[in-house]
Design a protein around this ligand. Structure first.
Ligand code: HEC
Ligand code: HEC
Length: 459
């Protein structure tokens, strides 16, 4: 499954790394990547064989017409009559995911809030509309039966003591990430030295790709999407984003059962809107009252994902990684080597992932990609956003997913709250498990630093 590409200098394959004085053969991620290691291996930042496409192109495996339809759905701007609101962050997926091509990162920064209980555990203030604060309301409108409605704007309640921002992440290559087997992510953690070992975030699948046996409803699967790796399936992220970003609620059928997890409107600061005033979602036969879109009756053992959610999922599944910019081979090698020496590769793994022989989500088989992440959570110290699930310890709320480092050249903001506008600023904010690596970066020579940054900016 994993193929660690090592550079060749002259004719000598650099496949040996020294770890705690023991000579170990190549492929032990994390071992050779101790910050500042004198024996740091030479490693290329980019592997040679990443498939090159134009920005926003699909991976092979979907027809041009199907991809165009899925992309159009993702880019659609929706309104009150489509079910937008009562509160929302934007009117279309494509309004936020913009940089590089439709599906990219964005500059929108969402707001999260919460507090800690007297015993020090996280409280999302769910009864006050937390932890996500939607930024807009549909305001006053005429609801069902001519009813005059006015959806209030959500505000951060006085009880909130934690306030965090969340930058829009890129979706290029998301289908490849969706196809990574859990065992590969677990192996990433096992290979890390304890000082930087990440946490595998096992989460419940609340809606999965019906074709994927690893995404069976209510089963446990390794989370990998979002700044907190909180979601394990692109289908689930689609339904979740539809309701949380846009206020559009959906019903689905799984094995003959109607799934209503994503069918209830958000309540501004916890206040349910009067009947007929949730918004003007179209609903339809068999769709639960108040739900904007769905499948209807699930009779006959029907399994079907609501159409928009299905299209968003397909768009993201087949959206290829951004092509890299051209890079000089010497910079690629010197940059990767410096990145490795500084310990960055301990978490942002410089290894190639390869998709399974028969990916359930339809992405190409045996496809090589290098997202430079372990898809694990790390205690980032002061960089942690202190947002979690109800009952989480303070330490748990500092956990953040190793952000994949690809497509960086299309970005203008970095880190979970967009506080950094350069890669250097992003490094400077690393703390906790990444503090030693930051120090090792600061200790690099000017030549090493510039090769490393040039390599990073070329991807
Ligand atoms: C208001 C801006 C906004 C809109 C609209 C929006 N997103 Fe996002 N998206 C974000 C932000 C912010 C994140 C990071 C969320 C987090 O981790 O807390 C994100 C993350 C994601 C991710 C996780 C990717 C990763 O890096 O792991 C997926 C998948 C996604 N969005 C899909 C969608 C879909 C599908 C839609 C439309 C239904 C959508 N988004 C609409 C802002 C937006
Ligand atoms: C202990 C694991 C770890 C190490 C070591 C580490 N990082 Fe990170 N990195 C992360 C995490 C986690 C994030 C996400 C931070 C956040 O949520 O704001 C991140 C984010 C980033 C980002 C921002 C990406 C984005 O999408 O906004 C950059 C750039 C980055 N790291 C570069 C580096 C470099 C360069 C090094 C070496 C000097 C390094 N990192 C070392 C874990 C690590």
């Amino acid at each position: 499954m994993i193929n660690v590409i090592r550079s060749r200098v002259g004719n000598r394959a650099k496949v040996l790394a020294v770890c705690s004085g023991v000579l170990i053969s190549g492929g032990v991620a994390g071992c050779a990547e101790q910050p500042g290691g004198e024996d740091a291996e030479e490693v290329e930042f980019a592997s040679a064989d990443q498939a090159i496409t134009a920005n926003g192109d699909p991976l092979p495996g979907i027809s041009a017409a199907d991809f165009a339809e899925a992309k159009a759905a993702f880019a659609t701007v929706e309104g009150l009559d489509d079910g937008l609101g009562p509160i929302f962050n934007e009117k279309g997926c494509g309004n936020c995911h913009t940089q590089g091509a439709v599906g990219g990162a964005g500059v929108q920064i969402e707001r999260r809030f919460g507090t800690f209980t007297s015993t020090g555990t996280f409280n999302s203030l769910a009864n006050k509309g937390g932890s996500l604060r939607q930024l807009f309301t549909v305001g006053s409108f005429t609801g069902a039966g001519g009813k005059a409605c006015n959806a209030p704007l959500e505000v951060e309640p006085p009880e909130a003591t934690v306030h965090a921002g969340r930058l829009t992440t890129p979706l290029f290559g998301a289908g490849l990430i969706d196809a990574i087997p859990d065992s590969v992510i677990v192996a990433n953690a096992n290979a890390q030295p304890t000082s930087i070992r990440g946490v595998v975030n096992r989460v419940k699948v609340l809606l999965g790709n019906p074709a994927d046996p690893n995404q069976v409803l209510n089963s446990t699967h390794v989370g990998r999407f979002g700044w907190k790796a909180g979601i394990a399936s692109l289908v689930q992220f689609s339904a979740d984003a539809y309701i949380n970003e846009m206020g559009i609620t959906t019903q689905h059928c799984i094995g003959g059962t109607s799934l209503t997890t994503f069918a209830t409107e958000s309540k501004p600061n916890g206040i349910a809107q009067p009947a007929g005033c949730d918004d003007r979602g179209p609903g339809g036969a068999g769709i639960p009252a108040g739900t904007d879109d769905g499948v209807g009756s699930c009779a006959g053992g029907l399994t079907e994902i609501q159409e928009d959610v299905d299209l968003f999922f397909k768009f993201m599944t087949f959206l290829a990684p951004l092509p890299r910019l051209a890079i000089d081979p010497n910079t690629n090698l010197a940059g990767g080597t410096a990145f490795n020496k500084a310990g960055c590769a301990g978490c942002h793994l410089l290894k190639d992932y390869v998709t399974p022989a028969h990916p359930a989500n339809g992405v190409p088989a045996n496809f090589t990609f290098r997202p430079r992440s372990d898809f694990l959570l790390h205690d980032m110290g002061t960089l942690g956003d202190q947002i979690g699930n109800d009952g989480d310890s303070k330490a748990t709320t500092r956990l953040m997913r190793t952000a994949p480092l690809w497509g960086l050249h299309a970005r203008t903001k970095f880190l979970h709250d967009g506080r950094a506008s350069t890669i250097e600023q992003a490094i400077a904010a690393h703390d906790g498990q990444a503090a030693a690596s930051k120090a090792a970066f600061n200790a690099l020579s000017a030549t090493e630093k510039s090769a490393m940054l040039a390599a990073m900016k070329s991807d």
